[in-house]
Design a protein around this ligand. Structure first.
Ligand code: AP5
Length: 217
């Protein structure tokens, strides 16, 4: 099963993807995590992506599409995966469909996590992430058991530089202008399911797991 998770910055894509990936045994392919890893390792990809990620702009399609198609060509994605943060433009959505069609596959479901803008800003300003496994926490709504330490792997938690309010506002603008149009793309294919992202993390995860399990039957 190939599933796309769509939503504005801070909607909860990464949070839900880490649960869904475990529960549904699907690899989690997160474009933002791949870029951040490339930045940390100072690879050529990291150098190319750096200024875009830091300013909250989209990395150019050609670079992003190549990175994701390379990742999905690995054997663990041969029968499915969970896309988080990709596609984000029409060109990316079409490139993904084309590549899957070449392998006789297609996207099964696109899940849009809908959250109002004020709530998104609150979520991102309180977010902390594990340096090691990327698990997200929130200082008020989902704090780690021990301050500064990941519950799952004990890794150190940090705040993303692009979670500063000015960059968050830019990321939201980019989402509205470049990513919202792809909701219609999946709606027209009868693949879009919209979910209320204001529900609690566990409740939403439960609903998503039931949705994916039904689709799997
Ligand atoms: P990326 O890393 O993909 O960031 P994003 O889409 O902006 O999404 P976030 O990771 O900020 O949010 P999320 O929806 O995963 O929320 P989370 O679960 O963490 O991209 C970063 C950058 O990389 C981009 O700006 C761009 O430069 C580049 N890039 C990436 N993909 C690209 C692409 N395809 N094309 C071009 N460029 C690309 O949750 C947020 C917080 O809320 C957490 O603290 C969490 O604990 C809390 N929370 C989650 N759910 C709930 C809930 N239900 N109730 C209360 N709190 C909640």
């Amino acid at each position: 099963m190939y599933v796309v998770l769509l939503g504005a910055p801070g909607a909860g894509k990464g949070t839900q993807a880490s649960t869904l990936s475990r529960e549904m045994n699907l690899p989690h392919v997160a474009s933002g995590d791949l870029f951040r890893e490339a930045l940390r390792s100072r690879t050529e990809l990291g150098l190319l992506a750096k200024s875009y990620v830091e300013e909250g702009e989209l990395v150019p399609d050609e670079i992003t599409i190549n990175m994701i198609l390379e990742r999905t060509a690995l054997p663990d994605c041969a029968s499915g995966c969970l896309f988080d943060g990709f596609p984000r433009t029409m060109d990316q959505a079409e490139a993904l469909d084309k590549r899957l069609a070449e392998a006789g596959r297609s996207i099964d479901l696109a899940v849009y996590i809908d959250v109002p803008e004020d709530e998104l800003v609150k979520r991102l300003s309180g977010r902390w992430i594990c340096k090691n496994c990327q698990a997200p926490y929130h200082m008020l709504t989902s704090p780690p058991r021990a301050p500064g330490k990941c519950d799952r792997c004990g890794g150190e938690l940090y705040q993303r530089p692009d979670d500063q309010e000015e960059t968050v506002r830019e990321r939201l603008k980019v989402f509205l202008s470049q990513t919202v149009p792809i909701l219609d793309y999946y709606r027209k294919q009868h693949k879009l399911v919209e979910m209320d992202g204001c529900k609690g993390i566990q409740e939403l995860a439960g609903e998503m797991i039931s949705l994916l399990k039904k689709r799997e039957e």
